[in-house]
Design a protein around this ligand. Structure first.
Ligand SMILES: [Zn+2]
Length: 120
């Protein structure tokens, strides 16, 4: 039996809080995860995924037209596109280094150079 929508286990995929979670149904359509009511109501998306999507889409300038309305969470607060642009430049280097160390240079190169996969 599946648990009811408001009693999913684990943590919110966006802010990592526990408690009343529902099934995530945001723009990352293939992601099976849980989300809390606060993040759900803001249509917030997981920061790490957003940063990788921006990288795959050629960087902030190249995808500003489709990503400008994105909301995410960087403790202790929700962040919009202006903050996400700053966080991208602060964090993407370390994220790609980690991916390269864990998964190999091909993965990191694919994310770094971009694939023809637009955010939508
Ligand atoms: Zn949350």
């Amino acid at each position: 039996m599946h648990p009811p929508e408001d009693a999913l286990p684990g943590k919110c995929i966006v802010c990592f809080s526990r408690g009343k979670l529902r099934r995530y149904a945001g723009r990352i359509t293939w992601l099976r995860a849980s989300i809390c009511p606060a993040c759900h109501s803001r249509q917030a998306e997981p920061l790490s995924f957003i940063l990788l999507l921006i990288s795959m889409n050629g960087g902030p300038d190249a995808c500003a037209d489709v990503a400008a309305g994105v909301v995410s969470y960087s403790a202790p607060r929700y962040v919009g596109w202006d903050d996400i642009r700053v966080l991208y430049h602060e964090q993407i280097g370390d994220m790609l280094s980690l991916i390269e160390a864990e998964l190999g240079p091909d993965y990191a190169a694919a994310i770094r150079t971009g694939r023809p996969q637009r955010m939508h």
